[in-house]
Design a protein around this ligand. Structure first.
Ligand SMILES: NC(=O)c1ccc[n+]([C@@H]2O[C@H](COP(=O)([O-])OP(=O)(O)OC[C@H]3O[C@@H](n4cnc5c(N)ncnc54)[C@H](O)[C@@H]3O)[C@@H](O)[C@H]2O)c1
Length: 343
């Protein structure tokens, strides 16, 4: 008998890779996703990656639908929940705060209420380094000031606080909030990756788009920051490392009750220009780029202190920037026929 793990948002970028890691670690993922930013086909491909004979169990639905969650918990014994479902664009959250608080905060409240009703008390929550806002120094540790600069970041912090209060109120709860830095890359098979529609928000999907189009050029937002090459520095962590971080966190939950927060990053910064060079070398062609003006609200540099996660769970990121770029490019290339057909 394997343990069932309910994965909300499991058809999304990090969720689908985590489903693969869960199967490989001997768990059975059960996915609920409303497909607002995903394609159910990702779950077919996730099953293909793991060579599962069975398709992944999937409910199309919203985590704000308490009756649906009750039905899921009544149908399957669930050992723990990994909660990815949410909206994730900082810019969109500034324009649409109600939608973001509703989906991210109300969605989480609905989920933990259903878990409480079902007697399921193990939870991994997808938080974000955006809860730190613009950190004053790096590496950023979990005790740094929490000053999110957007409704998106606020929504993550609200949920973290809700989860801390839950664990204080009821000693049965075992909760880990994982603050991801910059998840990037794709599964090395080229079967799973980050789905982007319109203009991507994250740098690696932008690089994929630029490299696969003759007409596009990357605008680097600012070349006069106080960093070694003048461009912003971030902590890019391979999505499969992030996925495996969830397995480590799930195992850590067995250590005891309470709510903890952990940074999930590599613990090292990479500049925009370093990433551009690594990507050019992965795809074997020049990536056209030009330095533009700074973008409002961008911090010059930050990367994670990963010591708490390493000490508590033994997890460290194993993959390199070259792996991130090579795997993302493989995924991008596998998308070309689909993109051409959709055009
Ligand atoms: N990707 C990043 O850079 C990043 C960084 C920090 C934190 N996070 C967080 O990690 C989580 C997963 O991120 P991702 O990059 O995989 O995003 P994603 O958009 O690819 O995945 C989120 C999934 O949740 C689903 N979803 C959204 N709202 C839902 C709802 N109310 N009910 C059911 N399903 C819903 C979407 O359809 C999607 O499949 C998110 O909570 C995000 O905020 C992501």
């Amino acid at each position: 008998m394997t343990l069932n793990i309910l994965v909300t948002g499991g058809a999304g970028f990090i969720g689908s890779h985590t489903c693969v890691a869960l199967v490989e670690a001997g768990f059975t993922p059960l996915v609920v996703d409303n497909l607002c930013n995903a394609d159910a086909d990702a779950l077919v491909r996730a099953a293909e990656v793991t060579r599962s004979r069975q398709p992944l169990v999937f409910w199309r639905g919203d985590v704000r639908d308490g009756a649906l969650l009750d039905r899921i918990f009544a149908t399957y014994p669930v050992h723990a929940v990994v909660h990815f479902a949410g909206l994730k664009s900082v810019g969109e959250s500034v324009a649409q705060p109600i939608g973001y608080y509703d989906c991210n905060v109300q969605g989480s409240l609905s989920l933990v209420s259903a878990m409480q009703r079902a007697g399921v008390h193990r939870l991994i929550f997808s938080s974000s380094a955006t809860v730190y806002g613009q950190p004053e120094r790096s590496p950023v540790c979990e005790t740094a000031a929490l000053q999110p600069c957007s409704p998106y970041g606020q929504s993550k912090l609200f949920v973290e606080r809700l989860l801390t209060d839950l664990a204080h109120a009821d000693a049965r709860w075992r909760i880990a909030s994982l603050r991801y830095f910059n998840p990037a890359g794709a599964h090395p098979s080229g079967l799973l990756g980050e789905r982007t529609s319109g203009t991507p928000n994250n740098l690696v999907p932008v690089l994929c788009k630029v490299a696969s189009s003759a007409s596009e050029k990357l605008t680097v937002h600012g070349g006069d920051y106080p960093t070694p090459d003048g461009t912003c520095v971030r902590d890019y962590v391979h999505v499969m490392d992030v996925a495996e971080g969830h397995i480590a966190a799930l195992r850590h939950l067995e250590a005891g009750a309470g709510a903890s927060t952990f940074n999930l990053g590599v613990g090292r910064g990479t500049s925009v220009l370093e990433l551009v060079r690594a990507f050019a070398s992965a795809c074997g062609m020049e990536v056209r780029h030009a330095i533009g003006p700074r973008r409002a609200g961008d911090a010059a540099a930050y990367w994670a202190d990963v010591e708490r996660m390493r000490t508590a769970t033994g997890w460290i990121a194993r993959r390199t920037i070259a792996d991130i770029c090579g795997d993302a490019w493989r995924w991008q290339q596998s998308q070309q026929p689909a993109l051409a057909a959709a055009a």
